[in-house]
Design a protein around this ligand. Structure first.
Ligand SMILES: *Cc1c(COP(=O)(O)O)cnc(C)c1O
Length: 425
Protein backbone atom coordinates (compact mmCIF):
# COMPACT_ATOMS: atom_id res chain seq x y z
CA UNK A 1 0.00 0.00 0.00
CA UNK A 2 1.10 3.50 -0.75
CA UNK A 3 1.93 5.63 2.28
CA UNK A 4 -0.84 8.11 3.04
CA UNK A 5 1.42 11.11 2.71
CA UNK A 6 -1.47 13.53 3.00
CA UNK A 7 -1.98 12.48 6.62
CA UNK A 8 1.65 11.79 7.53
CA UNK A 9 2.80 15.10 6.10
CA UNK A 10 0.32 16.82 8.36
CA UNK A 11 1.57 14.85 11.37
CA UNK A 12 5.13 15.94 10.52
CA UNK A 13 3.89 19.51 10.23
CA UNK A 14 2.36 19.25 13.69
CA UNK A 15 5.64 17.83 15.05
CA UNK A 16 7.47 20.85 13.63
CA UNK A 17 4.91 23.18 15.20
CA UNK A 18 5.42 21.52 18.59
CA UNK A 19 9.21 21.63 18.22
CA UNK A 20 9.48 25.25 17.15
CA UNK A 21 7.09 26.87 19.62
CA UNK A 22 6.97 27.66 23.31
CA UNK A 23 4.13 25.59 24.72
CA UNK A 24 2.49 27.25 27.71
CA UNK A 25 -0.98 25.71 27.64
CA UNK A 26 -1.31 24.57 31.25
CA UNK A 27 -3.16 21.36 30.37
CA UNK A 28 -0.59 20.19 27.81
CA UNK A 29 2.63 18.26 28.10
CA UNK A 30 4.99 16.15 25.99
CA UNK A 31 4.94 12.41 26.61
CA UNK A 32 8.14 10.41 26.51
CA UNK A 33 9.03 8.74 23.24
CA UNK A 34 8.19 5.33 24.80
CA UNK A 35 4.68 6.52 25.67
CA UNK A 36 4.28 7.72 22.08
CA UNK A 37 5.51 4.38 20.77
CA UNK A 38 3.18 2.36 22.96
CA UNK A 39 0.19 4.32 21.68
CA UNK A 40 0.82 3.41 18.07
CA UNK A 41 0.65 -0.35 18.60
CA UNK A 42 -1.47 -3.43 17.88
CA UNK A 43 -3.60 -3.64 21.05
CA UNK A 44 -5.71 -1.02 19.25
CA UNK A 45 -7.04 -3.97 17.24
CA UNK A 46 -8.36 -5.81 20.27
CA UNK A 47 -11.91 -5.79 21.61
CA UNK A 48 -11.78 -6.22 25.38
CA UNK A 49 -15.15 -5.10 26.77
CA UNK A 50 -15.19 -5.90 30.47
CA UNK A 51 -12.27 -6.09 32.90
CA UNK A 52 -9.19 -8.32 33.22
CA UNK A 53 -10.37 -11.89 33.85
CA UNK A 54 -14.01 -10.94 33.10
CA UNK A 55 -14.12 -10.04 29.41
CA UNK A 56 -16.85 -10.47 26.83
CA UNK A 57 -14.38 -11.53 24.10
CA UNK A 58 -11.82 -14.28 23.62
CA UNK A 59 -8.10 -13.69 23.14
CA UNK A 60 -7.83 -11.17 25.95
CA UNK A 61 -5.09 -12.90 27.93
CA UNK A 62 -2.37 -10.47 26.85
CA UNK A 63 -4.38 -7.26 27.10
CA UNK A 64 -5.43 -8.50 30.55
CA UNK A 65 -1.74 -8.46 31.51
CA UNK A 66 -1.31 -5.00 30.03
CA UNK A 67 -4.33 -3.59 31.85
CA UNK A 68 -3.38 -5.26 35.15
CA UNK A 69 0.12 -3.80 34.89
CA UNK A 70 -1.33 -0.32 34.32
CA UNK A 71 -3.67 -0.75 37.31
CA UNK A 72 -0.91 -2.07 39.60
CA UNK A 73 1.45 0.78 38.73
CA UNK A 74 -1.25 3.41 39.13
CA UNK A 75 -2.16 1.98 42.55
CA UNK A 76 1.50 2.37 43.53
CA UNK A 77 1.66 5.94 42.21
CA UNK A 78 -1.22 7.17 44.37
CA UNK A 79 -1.03 4.52 47.12
CA UNK A 80 -4.58 3.47 46.41
CA UNK A 81 -6.32 0.12 46.69
CA UNK A 82 -8.45 0.34 43.54
CA UNK A 83 -8.15 2.01 40.14
CA UNK A 84 -9.93 1.99 36.78
CA UNK A 85 -7.70 2.88 33.81
CA UNK A 86 -10.32 2.60 31.07
CA UNK A 87 -11.86 6.11 30.83
CA UNK A 88 -11.06 7.51 27.39
CA UNK A 89 -10.63 11.03 28.80
CA UNK A 90 -11.02 13.12 31.92
CA UNK A 91 -14.57 14.04 30.95
CA UNK A 92 -15.42 10.34 30.51
CA UNK A 93 -13.96 9.57 33.93
CA UNK A 94 -16.11 12.29 35.50
CA UNK A 95 -19.17 11.10 33.57
CA UNK A 96 -18.69 7.65 35.07
CA UNK A 97 -18.37 9.05 38.60
CA UNK A 98 -21.65 10.94 38.18
CA UNK A 99 -23.35 7.88 36.72
CA UNK A 100 -22.12 5.73 39.61
CA UNK A 101 -23.28 7.90 42.48
CA UNK A 102 -25.94 10.37 41.30
CA UNK A 103 -29.48 9.91 40.04
CA UNK A 104 -30.74 12.38 37.41
CA UNK A 105 -32.04 15.53 39.06
CA UNK A 106 -29.96 15.14 42.23
CA UNK A 107 -27.97 18.08 43.47
CA UNK A 108 -24.19 18.56 43.54
CA UNK A 109 -21.79 21.45 44.00
CA UNK A 110 -18.67 22.38 42.08
CA UNK A 111 -16.41 25.35 41.38
CA UNK A 112 -17.99 27.75 38.90
CA UNK A 113 -16.55 27.47 35.37
CA UNK A 114 -16.07 31.24 35.26
CA UNK A 115 -13.97 31.03 38.44
CA UNK A 116 -11.66 28.27 37.23
CA UNK A 117 -13.88 25.17 37.33
CA UNK A 118 -14.38 22.62 34.54
CA UNK A 119 -17.28 22.03 32.13
CA UNK A 120 -17.98 18.67 33.77
CA UNK A 121 -18.48 20.35 37.15
CA UNK A 122 -21.97 21.56 36.26
CA UNK A 123 -21.80 23.81 33.20
CA UNK A 124 -25.29 24.22 31.68
CA UNK A 125 -23.73 23.23 28.33
CA UNK A 126 -22.44 19.91 29.71
CA UNK A 127 -24.14 16.61 30.67
CA UNK A 128 -23.30 17.40 34.31
CA UNK A 129 -25.36 20.59 34.26
CA UNK A 130 -28.11 19.17 32.06
CA UNK A 131 -28.68 15.89 33.93
CA UNK A 132 -28.17 17.01 37.52
CA UNK A 133 -28.94 20.07 39.54
CA UNK A 134 -25.68 21.98 39.69
CA UNK A 135 -24.93 24.63 42.27
CA UNK A 136 -21.66 26.46 42.36
CA UNK A 137 -19.15 27.98 44.70
CA UNK A 138 -16.56 30.55 43.72
CA UNK A 139 -13.38 32.24 44.81
CA UNK A 140 -12.90 35.27 47.03
CA UNK A 141 -11.97 38.61 45.52
CA UNK A 142 -8.35 37.74 46.34
CA UNK A 143 -8.74 34.67 44.14
CA UNK A 144 -8.72 31.85 46.69
CA UNK A 145 -11.42 29.15 46.88
CA UNK A 146 -14.12 30.53 49.17
CA UNK A 147 -14.42 27.77 51.78
CA UNK A 148 -16.83 29.83 53.90
CA UNK A 149 -19.12 30.04 50.89
CA UNK A 150 -18.83 26.28 50.34
CA UNK A 151 -19.82 25.72 53.94
CA UNK A 152 -22.77 28.13 53.88
CA UNK A 153 -24.12 26.87 50.53
CA UNK A 154 -23.59 23.23 51.44
CA UNK A 155 -25.58 23.60 54.65
CA UNK A 156 -28.35 25.45 52.86
CA UNK A 157 -28.57 23.35 49.70
CA UNK A 158 -27.47 19.94 51.03
CA UNK A 159 -25.91 18.67 47.79
CA UNK A 160 -25.34 14.93 47.52
CA UNK A 161 -21.82 15.48 46.19
CA UNK A 162 -19.18 18.21 46.43
CA UNK A 163 -16.50 18.35 43.71
CA UNK A 164 -13.13 19.89 44.38
CA UNK A 165 -10.75 20.53 41.53
CA UNK A 166 -10.27 23.08 38.77
CA UNK A 167 -8.79 23.84 35.38
CA UNK A 168 -7.58 27.36 36.04
CA UNK A 169 -6.70 27.62 39.71
CA UNK A 170 -3.13 28.26 40.81
CA UNK A 171 -3.49 27.36 44.49
CA UNK A 172 -3.55 24.14 46.47
CA UNK A 173 -6.80 22.79 47.96
CA UNK A 174 -7.87 22.36 51.56
CA UNK A 175 -9.39 18.91 51.10
CA UNK A 176 -9.63 18.45 54.85
CA UNK A 177 -11.93 21.44 55.23
CA UNK A 178 -14.16 20.33 52.34
CA UNK A 179 -14.45 16.85 53.85
CA UNK A 180 -15.39 18.32 57.22
CA UNK A 181 -18.13 20.37 55.55
CA UNK A 182 -19.33 17.35 53.57
CA UNK A 183 -19.46 15.17 56.68
CA UNK A 184 -21.83 17.63 58.33
CA UNK A 185 -24.40 17.05 55.57
CA UNK A 186 -23.42 13.49 54.61
CA UNK A 187 -22.15 14.47 51.14
CA UNK A 188 -19.75 12.59 48.89
CA UNK A 189 -16.44 14.36 48.24
CA UNK A 190 -15.12 13.89 44.73
CA UNK A 191 -11.70 15.32 43.83
CA UNK A 192 -10.97 15.90 40.14
CA UNK A 193 -7.18 16.29 40.06
CA UNK A 194 -6.91 16.44 36.24
CA UNK A 195 -4.50 19.37 36.38
CA UNK A 196 -2.20 18.93 39.41
CA UNK A 197 -2.13 15.09 39.51
CA UNK A 198 1.58 14.88 38.66
CA UNK A 199 2.44 17.21 41.53
CA UNK A 200 0.21 15.23 43.90
CA UNK A 201 1.81 11.97 42.74
CA UNK A 202 5.21 13.33 43.73
CA UNK A 203 4.00 14.55 47.13
CA UNK A 204 4.45 18.24 46.29
CA UNK A 205 0.83 19.22 46.93
CA UNK A 206 -1.78 18.20 49.50
CA UNK A 207 -2.99 14.62 49.23
CA UNK A 208 -6.69 14.53 48.22
CA UNK A 209 -6.89 10.77 48.83
CA UNK A 210 -6.72 11.33 52.56
CA UNK A 211 -10.05 13.17 52.59
CA UNK A 212 -11.92 12.55 49.34
CA UNK A 213 -14.10 9.50 48.75
CA UNK A 214 -13.45 9.36 44.99
CA UNK A 215 -10.61 10.79 42.88
CA UNK A 216 -10.48 11.16 39.10
CA UNK A 217 -7.82 12.55 36.79
CA UNK A 218 -6.67 12.90 33.25
CA UNK A 219 -3.42 11.14 32.36
CA UNK A 220 -2.09 13.64 29.79
CA UNK A 221 -1.62 16.83 31.80
CA UNK A 222 0.99 16.96 34.60
CA UNK A 223 1.00 13.12 34.71
CA UNK A 224 2.65 13.28 31.26
CA UNK A 225 1.00 10.15 29.90
CA UNK A 226 -1.19 9.51 26.86
CA UNK A 227 -4.51 11.32 26.47
CA UNK A 228 -6.93 9.57 28.81
CA UNK A 229 -8.70 9.36 32.16
CA UNK A 230 -8.53 7.36 35.41
CA UNK A 231 -10.63 6.87 38.55
CA UNK A 232 -9.19 5.83 41.92
CA UNK A 233 -10.06 4.99 45.52
CA UNK A 234 -7.50 5.04 48.33
CA UNK A 235 -9.63 2.56 50.28
CA UNK A 236 -12.61 0.78 48.80
CA UNK A 237 -15.77 1.04 50.89
CA UNK A 238 -19.36 -0.08 51.15
CA UNK A 239 -21.19 3.09 50.28
CA UNK A 240 -23.05 4.59 53.22
CA UNK A 241 -25.41 6.50 50.90
CA UNK A 242 -27.36 3.39 49.94
CA UNK A 243 -26.46 3.79 46.26
CA UNK A 244 -27.55 0.76 44.24
CA UNK A 245 -26.31 -0.72 40.97
CA UNK A 246 -28.72 -0.81 37.97
CA UNK A 247 -30.09 -4.15 39.23
CA UNK A 248 -30.89 -2.69 42.63
CA UNK A 249 -28.05 -4.34 44.53
CA UNK A 250 -25.94 -2.52 47.11
CA UNK A 251 -22.34 -2.62 45.96
CA UNK A 252 -18.85 -1.64 47.00
CA UNK A 253 -17.87 1.78 45.60
CA UNK A 254 -15.26 0.17 43.33
CA UNK A 255 -17.95 -2.02 41.74
CA UNK A 256 -20.31 0.92 41.23
CA UNK A 257 -17.52 2.83 39.49
CA UNK A 258 -16.42 -0.12 37.35
CA UNK A 259 -20.01 -0.65 36.22
CA UNK A 260 -20.39 3.05 35.44
CA UNK A 261 -17.34 3.02 33.14
CA UNK A 262 -18.31 -0.25 31.44
CA UNK A 263 -21.07 -0.95 30.51
CA UNK A 264 -22.43 2.30 31.92
CA UNK A 265 -20.81 4.83 29.65
CA UNK A 266 -18.13 3.21 27.48
CA UNK A 267 -17.74 0.19 25.25
CA UNK A 268 -14.39 -1.39 24.48
CA UNK A 269 -11.34 0.05 26.25
CA UNK A 270 -8.40 1.51 24.30
CA UNK A 271 -5.83 -1.14 25.23
CA UNK A 272 -3.04 0.52 23.22
CA UNK A 273 -3.63 3.70 25.24
CA UNK A 274 -3.78 1.64 28.44
CA UNK A 275 -0.38 0.19 27.45
CA UNK A 276 0.90 3.76 27.10
CA UNK A 277 -0.66 4.63 30.47
CA UNK A 278 1.28 1.71 31.99
CA UNK A 279 4.52 3.09 30.52
CA UNK A 280 3.75 6.58 31.85
CA UNK A 281 2.88 5.26 35.34
CA UNK A 282 6.21 3.40 35.34
CA UNK A 283 7.96 6.68 34.54
CA UNK A 284 6.07 8.48 37.32
CA UNK A 285 7.42 5.95 39.83
CA UNK A 286 11.00 6.89 38.89
CA UNK A 287 13.31 9.40 40.62
CA UNK A 288 13.40 11.40 37.37
CA UNK A 289 9.74 12.22 37.67
CA UNK A 290 10.20 13.45 41.25
CA UNK A 291 12.80 15.92 39.97
CA UNK A 292 10.43 16.86 37.16
CA UNK A 293 7.68 17.75 39.64
CA UNK A 294 10.05 19.89 41.70
CA UNK A 295 11.29 21.63 38.56
CA UNK A 296 7.70 22.35 37.44
CA UNK A 297 7.01 24.17 40.71
CA UNK A 298 10.38 25.98 40.65
CA UNK A 299 9.74 27.12 37.07
CA UNK A 300 6.19 28.29 37.85
CA UNK A 301 7.53 30.30 40.81
CA UNK A 302 10.28 31.87 38.70
CA UNK A 303 7.86 32.69 35.90
CA UNK A 304 5.34 34.21 38.31
CA UNK A 305 8.06 36.44 39.77
CA UNK A 306 9.10 37.61 36.28
CA UNK A 307 5.51 38.50 35.39
CA UNK A 308 4.96 40.36 38.66
CA UNK A 309 8.23 42.28 38.15
CA UNK A 310 6.85 43.47 34.81
CA UNK A 311 3.66 44.74 36.35
CA UNK A 312 1.39 41.82 35.49
CA UNK A 313 -1.51 41.13 37.80
CA UNK A 314 -1.60 37.49 38.91
CA UNK A 315 -4.84 36.15 40.36
CA UNK A 316 -4.20 35.33 44.05
CA UNK A 317 -0.81 37.04 43.59
CA UNK A 318 1.02 33.84 42.79
CA UNK A 319 0.98 30.08 42.42
CA UNK A 320 1.43 26.85 44.39
CA UNK A 321 1.33 24.60 41.34
CA UNK A 322 2.17 24.48 37.63
CA UNK A 323 0.10 27.39 36.37
CA UNK A 324 -0.82 31.02 36.83
CA UNK A 325 -3.81 33.08 35.81
CA UNK A 326 -3.09 36.62 34.68
CA UNK A 327 -5.57 39.50 34.58
CA UNK A 328 -4.59 41.69 31.61
CA UNK A 329 -6.98 44.57 32.28
CA UNK A 330 -4.25 46.85 33.65
CA UNK A 331 -2.36 46.23 30.38
CA UNK A 332 -5.38 47.22 28.28
CA UNK A 333 -5.47 43.85 26.55
CA UNK A 334 -8.13 41.14 26.34
CA UNK A 335 -7.35 37.45 26.70
CA UNK A 336 -8.47 36.93 23.11
CA UNK A 337 -6.11 39.54 21.71
CA UNK A 338 -3.22 38.23 23.83
CA UNK A 339 -3.75 34.62 22.74
CA UNK A 340 -4.04 35.53 19.06
CA UNK A 341 -1.01 37.80 19.11
CA UNK A 342 1.20 35.32 20.98
CA UNK A 343 0.12 32.60 18.54
CA UNK A 344 1.73 34.62 15.73
CA UNK A 345 5.02 34.46 17.64
CA UNK A 346 4.56 30.70 18.17
CA UNK A 347 4.04 31.16 21.90
CA UNK A 348 0.97 29.09 22.68
CA UNK A 349 -1.35 29.62 25.63
CA UNK A 350 -5.05 30.20 26.13
CA UNK A 351 -7.31 33.08 26.93
CA UNK A 352 -9.12 32.49 30.19
CA UNK A 353 -11.85 34.15 32.18
CA UNK A 354 -10.59 35.68 35.41
CA UNK A 355 -12.79 35.62 38.52
CA UNK A 356 -15.55 38.26 38.28
CA UNK A 357 -14.68 38.83 34.61
CA UNK A 358 -16.72 41.52 32.87
CA UNK A 359 -15.99 40.12 29.39
CA UNK A 360 -17.57 37.19 27.57
CA UNK A 361 -15.95 33.72 27.64
CA UNK A 362 -14.97 34.26 23.98
CA UNK A 363 -13.06 37.43 24.78
CA UNK A 364 -12.05 37.20 28.48
CA UNK A 365 -9.78 39.47 30.48
CA UNK A 366 -7.09 36.94 31.18
CA UNK A 367 -4.63 34.32 30.08
CA UNK A 368 -3.68 31.02 31.69
CA UNK A 369 0.02 30.18 31.59
CA UNK A 370 1.48 26.79 32.52
CA UNK A 371 4.96 25.34 32.64
CA UNK A 372 4.56 21.51 32.51
CA UNK A 373 5.40 21.28 28.78
CA UNK A 374 8.41 23.61 28.74
CA UNK A 375 9.72 21.90 31.88
CA UNK A 376 9.56 18.57 30.04
CA UNK A 377 11.54 20.20 27.21
CA UNK A 378 14.29 20.83 29.78
CA UNK A 379 13.81 24.45 30.75
CA UNK A 380 14.99 25.58 34.18
CA UNK A 381 14.27 28.60 36.42
CA UNK A 382 16.82 30.74 34.59
CA UNK A 383 15.00 30.16 31.30
CA UNK A 384 11.78 31.69 32.62
CA UNK A 385 12.82 35.34 32.51
CA UNK A 386 13.74 35.22 28.80
CA UNK A 387 10.39 33.54 28.05
CA UNK A 388 8.45 36.19 29.98
CA UNK A 389 10.50 38.89 28.26
CA UNK A 390 9.39 37.56 24.87
CA UNK A 391 5.75 37.35 25.96
CA UNK A 392 5.91 40.91 27.27
CA UNK A 393 7.53 42.17 24.08
CA UNK A 394 4.77 40.65 21.95
CA UNK A 395 1.96 41.87 24.20
CA UNK A 396 3.36 45.40 24.44
CA UNK A 397 3.71 45.51 20.63
CA UNK A 398 0.57 43.62 19.73
CA UNK A 399 0.04 45.44 16.45
CA UNK A 400 3.65 45.50 15.28
CA UNK A 401 4.07 42.62 12.84
CA UNK A 402 7.82 43.21 12.47
CA UNK A 403 8.53 42.92 16.20
CA UNK A 404 6.27 39.86 16.44
CA UNK A 405 8.11 38.31 13.49
CA UNK A 406 11.45 38.88 15.22
CA UNK A 407 10.22 37.22 18.40
CA UNK A 408 8.96 34.26 16.35
CA UNK A 409 12.53 33.81 15.10
CA UNK A 410 13.93 34.12 18.62
CA UNK A 411 11.43 31.53 19.85
CA UNK A 412 12.50 29.03 17.19
CA UNK A 413 16.17 29.65 17.96
CA UNK A 414 15.62 29.23 21.72
CA UNK A 415 13.68 26.00 21.37
CA UNK A 416 16.47 24.39 19.33
CA UNK A 417 18.30 24.12 22.66
CA UNK A 418 15.50 21.89 23.99
CA UNK A 419 15.07 19.02 21.51
CA UNK A 420 11.72 17.29 21.25
CA UNK A 421 11.56 13.65 20.07
CA UNK A 422 15.04 13.52 18.51
CA UNK A 423 14.22 9.81 17.97
CA UNK A 424 11.88 10.87 15.18
CA UNK A 425 14.64 12.37 13.01
C1 LIG B 1 -8.87 18.77 31.61
C2 LIG B 1 -9.89 18.56 32.66
C3 LIG B 1 -10.86 17.56 32.55
C4 LIG B 1 -11.21 16.84 31.27
O1 LIG B 1 -10.29 16.22 30.58
P1 LIG B 1 -10.51 15.79 29.05
O2 LIG B 1 -9.53 14.69 28.91
O3 LIG B 1 -10.25 16.97 28.24
O4 LIG B 1 -11.91 15.29 28.90
C5 LIG B 1 -11.69 17.32 33.62
N1 LIG B 1 -11.58 18.05 34.74
C6 LIG B 1 -10.68 19.03 34.88
C7 LIG B 1 -10.63 19.79 36.15
C8 LIG B 1 -9.81 19.33 33.83
O5 LIG B 1 -8.96 20.34 33.96
Amino acid sequence: MQKDSLVFDLIKKELDRQRNGIELIASENFTSYQVLQAMGTCPTNKYAEGYPGKRYYGGCEVVDEIENLAIDRLKQVFKCSWANVQPHSGAQANGAVFLAVMKPGEKFMGLDLSMGGHLTHGSPANFSGKTYEAIHYGVTKEGFVDYDQIEAKAKEEKPKMIICGASAYSRDWDYQRIRAIADEIGAIVFADIAHPAGLIATGLLNDPFEYCHIVSSTTHKTLRGPRGGIIMLRNDFENPWGIKDPKGNTRMMSQLLDLAVFPGSQGGPLEHVIAAKAVAFGEILSEDFKSYGKQVIANAQAMATSFVNRGYNLISDGTDNHLMLIDLRNKNLTGKKAQETLDKAHITLNKNAVPFDDKSPFVTSGIRVGVPAITTRGMKETDMEPVVEMIDKVLMNADDEAIIGNVRGDVKELMKQFPLYPELD
